[in-house]
Design a protein. Structure first.
Ligand SMILES: CC(=O)SCCNC(=O)CCNC(=O)[C@H](O)C(C)(C)COP(=O)(O)OP(=O)(O)OC[C@H]1O[C@@H](n2cnc3c(N)ncnc32)[C@H](O)[C@@H]1OP(=O)(O)O
Length: 412
């Protein structure tokens, strides 16, 4: 593909980042993210980038910024879609705010279109950056903290089958099928390859805090009915902390047993679970909400509908719908303009129309609704969408609704 430049920054050129420049790209990333990784982690990042679609921004011959996209598959209502995970977006401090990210994303979007990737996603370092490029909050997460100095108070009886610890080497083979089943319920979940399970989830070393133990895996049920992946850390005199990284259960009783387990580990006084689903049943079956507290809520996966039509055609709908959407997309104008969305027993269609719009909204806000996390009526109430035909937002909301809240816990 030819390199392209953007008018506001004639000096920067955007083109594919060749493998020969991976080390320079990593140096740039560690500079921008203030990181100093060891040789092992650097080699891991290098390998990850090798498998990515990569774009560089060049000032003359010098690489001054990069962004990459990792080929993931994301669960969406009723199925899954290829979804590049945008990552390692970094600009040299000497070249910030000169349109490097803007130009690289334009180049990346073109490369995604060439691959027929209808959506893209990312985790943002700062929430303010990506809305302008059409990314919306596709999933949200809660940080939950549990005071485990006393037994976990529950309103339901936990499953009383025995718990067993799995070795990290054996865990992926045993956990994968259950995790995969949860992807059918919860949009926003990434398909975990065996390498992803091993390198990301079962990594012996916590990349961000070396004080944490290796991953521990506790399982319940044969066949598997639930699991928790957690790490612990304890300073000499301070009470220990249990960090729950992932917990999946097929029933509330199984979830209750797993939460009871992680809150009853000796020499620990607190459990922290980061990125829990906003509709985590724990928040209802915990008897004492002073003991189980949501301490933070945050945007998790930011979603970009690169090809709105394909994205809308390839998800399912919870109710029949017949509305004209007028989507505004400044970066990918092919998505803009009034389109007639219908879905029912005969299937789904989304075609351009001259009919007047029922709802107008920006592509980032449609992206926020796409997995079922944000609702069109909430957007109207917030002044972010305009409802031209009374009841249209409610009708669209009924169609986009998902039974479970969308949720993402895999960072990249
Ligand atoms: C998916 C990921 O990898 S998330 C990680 C993102 N990377 C980082 O946080 C590393 C450190 N930061 C950086 O490398 C850079 O500052 C980046 C990547 C965040 C931004 O790159 P830049 O090339 O400076 O962005 P660019 O010049 O294209 O900015 C486009 C617009 O976004 C705005 N913008 C960009 N970054 C920020 C920010 N951090 N805060 C507020 N506004 C921002 C710019 O002001 C500009 O606004 P305008 O169009 O109104 O003038």
């Amino acid at each position: 593909m030819a390199s392209r430049s953007i008018p506001c920054t004639p000096v920067l050129k955007f083109r594919e980042l060749p493998e020969s420049e991976l080390d320079r790209a990593l140096d740039l990333a560690y500079l921008a993210f203030h990181e100093k990784p060891g040789a092992e982690l650097r080699a891991h990042h290098r390998e990850l980038l090798r498998g990515c679609v990569r774009v560089g921004a060049y000032d003359g011959d010098a690489l001054v910024a990069t962004v990459s996209a990792f080929p993931f598959t994301l669960s969406v209502p009723g199925g899954e879609l290829p979804c590049p995970g945008v990552t390692f977006a970094c600009v040299a401090p000497t070249h910030r705010r000169r349109g490097a990210l803007t130009g690289m994303l334009a180049e990346l979007f073109a490369r995604c279109a060439a691959q027929d990737w209808p959506i893209a996603a990312l985790w943002a370092s700062e929430a303010v950056i990506y809305g302008r490029f059409g990314f919306g909050e596709g999933t949200r997460g809660f940080t939950v903290e549990i005071d485990s100095t006393r037994p976990l108070a529950l309103r339901i009886a936990p499953d009383d089958r025995p718990l067993r610890l799995l070795s990290p080497a054996d865990a992926p083979a045993q956990l994968a099928a259950l995790y995969d089943r949860t992807r059918a319920d919860r949009p926003g979940r990434i398909a975990r390859t065996r390498a992803w399970w091993t390198d990301e989830w079962m990594n012996q070393k916590d990349e961000e805090d070396s004080a944490y133990s290796p991953p521990r895996v506790v399982a319940l049920g044969e066949p598997l009915a639930g699991y928790a992946i957690y790490r612990t850390k304890r300073d000499h005199d301070a009470p220990g902390l249990v960090r729950v990284d992932d917990l999946e259960a097929e029933s509330p009783a199984v979830a209750a047993a797993l939460w009871q387990y992680v809150t009853s580990i000796d020499l620990t006084a607190k459990v922290r679970a980061w990125g829990r689903p906003v509709d985590d049943p724990l928040l209802l079956f915990a008897a004492d909400r002073d003991q189980v507290r949501v301490t933070a809520g945050f945007p998790a996966l930011w979603l970009r509908l690169l090809d709105v039509r394909t994205a809308l055609l390839r998800r399912s709908y919870a109710a029949p719908v017949d509305v004209v959407l007028d989507v505004h997309d400044a970066h990918l104008p092919a998505n803009s303009g009034p389109h007639h969305l219908t879905s029912g027993p005969a299937g789904t269609s989304y075609e351009p129309t001259h009919d007047p719009a029922d709802i107008s909204l920006a592509v980032r806000d449609l992206a926020a609704c796409y997995l079922g996390g944000t609702t069109p009526t909430a957007l109207v109430r917030a002044g972010l969408a305009t409802e031209h035909a009374p009841g249209a937002a409610a009708a669209l909301e009924a169609a986009l609704r998902t039974e479970w809240s969308p949720h993402t816990v895999d960072g990249f």
